[in-house]
Design a protein around this ligand. Structure first.
Ligand code: NAD
Length: 256
């Protein structure tokens, strides 16, 4: 059972990371929450999760755009049975207009951070004799959309890194996999709805169905609870031979 293990979830004060942390805690996993801020709310959130589920929960500040912060997060946590690389940002612009600093930030946070945390966590997993690396990629780790060059490149990179991590740990009780969500209604996506309603002169429902979920055949968002459940499955004994692969949670997007 996964109860009593320690999970570090990067970028977990909101959205998918928070959902995964919550489902892990519900299953008895001790959790380390992370973001780049260090507010009272960050620590209160960890305390609330710990109290609700009777697990050890704490918040550690670390900026996933910085290599040394990524490694320090793992070191400071002191244990890492389950590593969930989830922190990510987005920027939408054509290649010619794409700001170099946005490209660099997206590659650093969405891709490089997973390399640094994995490098720091693998020795701990080897010492503990068990480990799970779960990378939150995206449907954009498998397919592309225009105007998302950095994001699509980073997410394809995450899928590649996942495969290499799996091969380097193949003969050990460690697995590495990527979860590829389609659209999930997180604060990040929610914030785009009002502007899109204005742009297209559409109702909220039409924006969701005909713009956002245009490529998601189910016409429904995936939920953060479902992604938490997927992460827990990857930690289960049933998934011990599941490694180096991707699991799509995208309502059929990548079947198109
Ligand atoms: P979100 O904005 O709700 O959450 C992102 C989290 O990352 C926040 O806690 C934020 O504080 C943190 N973060 C941002 N920059 C950071 C940094 N430099 N250092 C540390 N933490 C940082 O976003 P989300 O929608 O929950 O996305 C989470 C992950 O899921 C991302 O990797 C994203 O690409 C991926 N994803 C999201 C969707 C979706 O539809 N929402 C779909 C596919 C993949």
């Amino acid at each position: 059972s996964v109860a009593g293990k320690t999970a570090i979830i990067t970028g977990s004060t909101s959205g998918i990371g928070l959902g995964i942390a919550e489902e892990m805690a519900k299953a008895g996993v001790n959790v380390v929450l992370n973001s780049f801020t260090d507010s009272d709310e960050d620590h209160a959130l960890a305390a609330r999760i710990g109290k609700d589920h009777g697990v050890a929960a704490r918040y550690i500040k670390a900026d996933m755009s910085k290599a040394e912060d990524c490694r320090a997060l793992i070191d400071q946590a002191g244990a890492c049975d389950i590593l969930v690389n989830n922190a990510g940002i987005q920027h939408v612009a054509g290649i010619e207009e794409f700001p170099t600093e946005k490209w660099d930030a997206i590659i650093a946070i969405n891709l490089c951070s997973a390399f640094h945390t994995t490098a720091a966590a693998l020795p701990m997993m080897r010492k503990a004799g068990w480990g799970r690396v779960i990378n939150v990629a995206s449907a954009h780790g498998l397919t592309a959309s225009p105007y998302k060059s950095a994001y699509v490149a980073a997410k394809h990179g995450v899928v590649g890194l996942t495969k290499v991590t799996a091969l380097e740990t193949a003969q050990e009780p460690i697995t590495a996999n990527a979860i590829c969500p389609g659209y999930v209604l997180t604060p990040l996506v929610e914030a785009q709805i009002p502007d899109t309603m204005k742009e297209y002169d559409m109702s909220r429902e039409d924006v969701i169905k005909n713009v956002m979920l245009q490529r998601q055949p189910s016409k429904e968002f995936a939920t953060v609870e479902q992604l938490g459940g997927t992460a827990l499955y990857l930690c289960s004994d049933a998934a011990a031979q599941v490694t180096g692969t991707t699991i799509s949670v995208d309502g059929g997007w990548t079947a198109l």
